[in-house]
Design a protein around this ligand. Structure first.
Ligand code: ADP
Ligand code: MG
Length: 247
């Protein structure tokens, strides 16, 4: 099994003298194909961890190796390119462009990455939209879409460049429980096709649908639980939630 991401002694501090230490010697290792969540209460540093692990923010000290590349040694420009090619992001504030159609929001980063022809990109976008159930909305304005639809758009956009790893920050946070379950099932399906997924959440119900749960408290990793792959058809999540609640 190949390690896709390894963070070692990752520290992050804010403030003028970096007095506000948020991440404290965090170690995380993720194997290719895993579906992992980091669970912890609000303010424990989950979003900060995600930003620093993905190079969206610069760590204060430590090492993050993603796809055999130490990300702290990349310039801003190299990092942006690396992110575009290797990573997909599903964040709570979805950052979709309001004056573009749903379809254009999905394909934009792929046109920028120029890995494939526009025809290939368009075909892939249509396939992803069919898979996520939003194909008929392609030409609609972003502003007409519901929360659940927007989250599907964000997932299509995260997948359009066929990333090696997807990062999600509370990816179901803005959704009602039915849509949240559907999105988690969709992510489980995507994971089963081989894409590695790391998401952070404060929600036991979300964490219970991932394969391995890492607990974070006050900027530190304090333990983890292996639940095994979540099977969409197999309705065992109550048991999984109970396992996590006992912690
Ligand atoms: P979580 O995602 O677990 O709710 P965050 O990572 O958002 O937690 O925040 C953890 C702590 O880091 C909070 O106390 C927050 O105020 C602080 N923090 C996060 N981002 C910044 C920033 N850019 N500047 C200063 N403090 C920050
Ligand atoms: Mg957060």
């Amino acid at each position: 099994m190949k390690t896709i991401l390894e963070a070692k002694r990752l520290n992050k501090a804010f403030g003028s003298n970096q007095t506000n230490q948020i991440l404290k010697d965090v170690n995380v290792e993720i194997v290719e194909g895993e579906f992992v969540s980091v669970m912890g209460p609000s303010g424990s540093g989950k979003s900060t961890l995600l930003y620093n692990i993905s190079g969206m923010d610069r760590m204060t000290s430590g090492s993050v190796i993603l796809d055999e590349q130490e990300i702290s040694s990349l310039s801003e420009k190299e990092l942006a390119r690396f992110r575009l090619h290797k990573m997909g992001f599903i964040f709570q504030q979805i950052h979709l462009l309001k004056n573009l159609s749903i379809f254009d929001n999905i394909i934009l980063s792929a046109y920028m990455a120029k890995k494939n022809s526009r025809k290939e990109i368009n075909n892939r976008a249509m396939k992803l939209m069919e898979k996520t159930g939003i194909a008929e909305l392609a030409d609609n304005d972003i502003t007409q879409a519901s929360g659940g639809q927007l989250q599907r758009v964000a997932i299509c956009r995260a997948l359009i460049n066929n990333p090696d790893i997807i990062f999600g920050d509370e990816p179901t946070g803005a959704l009602n429980s039915k849509s949240a379950v559907e999105i988690m099932e969709l992510l489980a399906e995507i994971n089963q096709t081989g894409t590695t997924i790391l998401l952070v959440t404060h929600d036991v119900k979300v964490a219970a649908k991932t394969e391995r749960v890492i607990y974070m408290l006050d900027g530190k990793i304090i333990g983890e639980q292996h639940l095994g792959k979540y099977k969409v058809k197999n309705n065992d999540f109550k048991e999984r939630e109970e396992k996590l609640s006992k912690w």
